[in-house]
Design a protein around this ligand. Sequence first.
Ligand code: UDX
Ligand code: ADP
Length: 456
Amino acid sequence: MKGRIRDIVCIGAGYVGGPTMAVIADRCPDISVTVIDMNEARIAAWNSDALPVYELGLAEIVRRTRGRNLRFIPQAEGAASIAQADAIFISVNTPTKTQGEGAGKASDLSYVESCARYIAEHATGPTIVIEKSTMPVRAADTIKRILSSGKNGGSFHVLSNPEFLAEGTAIRDLEKPDRVLIGGENVTAIEALAAVYRHWVPDAAILRTGLWSAELSKLAANAFLAQRVSSINAISALCEATEADVDEVAGVCGADTRIGLKFLKASIGFGGSCFKKDLLSLIYLCEFYQLSGPAAYWQGVLDINEWQKRRIAAMAAEYAKLGGGVVAILGLAFKKNTNDFRESPAIDICNQLLAAGIRLRLQDERVDAGDFAKTLVDERKAGFAFFPDIGQAVSGAGAILILTEWDAYAALDWTALARLTAKDAAIFDGRGIVRRAAAQAAGFKVFTVGKGQAPN
Ligand code: UDX
Ligand code: ADP
């Protein structure tokens, strides 16, 4: 196999593949990077000025690399690129299975398997195939089996190189990663990929492990992060009951360097395409290996998350029912600085409010209203509407529920908004970003997660 990677193909132009390949192309002008996707509309968007992924700094990088050493092409035109590639990243979605064995928990590898078949069909020379998507442990076995069925004489080494970027800070995370993880069995292949990252990442930050450790480490890292959020959210409810302040408690706990301050911000619950899916995948693996204790432990992390969403939605619904039954929702994205709303807590919370007969006025800084509307179920015909403007969204509302920590919401002029809302309107701050004194001075009752009882 070749010791040097000059030609990279990435299958999957999503939230991970797109930004990751843009940064590789930016940092490695000597490497040609081709991103292919079966979704032709998505490829067209990557080739336009309206990129399908919103990330700070991404548009600038794409502008300077696209047409230089970065290309986005539809999969239908990808065969020649696969044949020529030294390294192929698989960066497609691995959603939770909805049917068959492990439905509801195990990760669906059918997209990955179809990529492996596509590679086996078109690859001609020695090729490094890299798992970039998060995979269940031993997924590489499946990929190897499919690759070995190729008829074109391609020979393959499979590496696991899971991506640790977080949405909203993807470019920063890619440009200055805490670590890059490469798991594999063949040292030459591992070092060839390490050499790509060494264009901008210090060698000490490139961790080499076995394949199975790499696959499991990604699941474990996400589970640990999710567990911290569930831990502080469990404490937030106790803070509300006891008049302790969750930010103060988090600050004190986090000052212990063994605990650390990050991922201790109380919220309405975690969302995003990774935490729930990866916890479910981990739980499935534990059950598969008959480890019922660990399975129950990780299930508890998920259960607290569901509980936190439900209890905050119930509080807002109860209060809104006393007034006109109208709630303004500020924030639909699962966190700030992204247009992504996959598994966003806003979905469950909005649906719980609609089921309670509450009318919703929705606003977000980046999320596409039409796409988000498809996640809503309005059987009781309570009704919902989207507003581009925050002032319009809160007009006539009896409660304002903040679900995403967008900077624009932290800086709101509550005195001006108080003139638009219903009388006795309350703010339910699910992200701990509202300046309570200013909002209270403007006449609002304020509930902040982890800080005192809900208004009544
Ligand atoms: C996560 C991991 O952080 C990343 O390393 C991995 O590659 C993919 O999964 P992501 O889901 O994009 O990234 O975002 P993250 O910043 O981890 O936030 C996940 C959720 O937890 C968000 O809904 C966020 O609002 C919530 N969260 C995070 C909290 O509620 N409190 C916190 O203190 C931190
Ligand atoms: P992630 O957050 O992991 O990047 P996304 O859903 O944003 O996930 O992106 C995954 C991308 O992979 C989508 O654009 C999808 O069209 C693409 N994809 C899935 N399966 C295949 C496949 N077999 N061949 C090519 N592209 C694929």
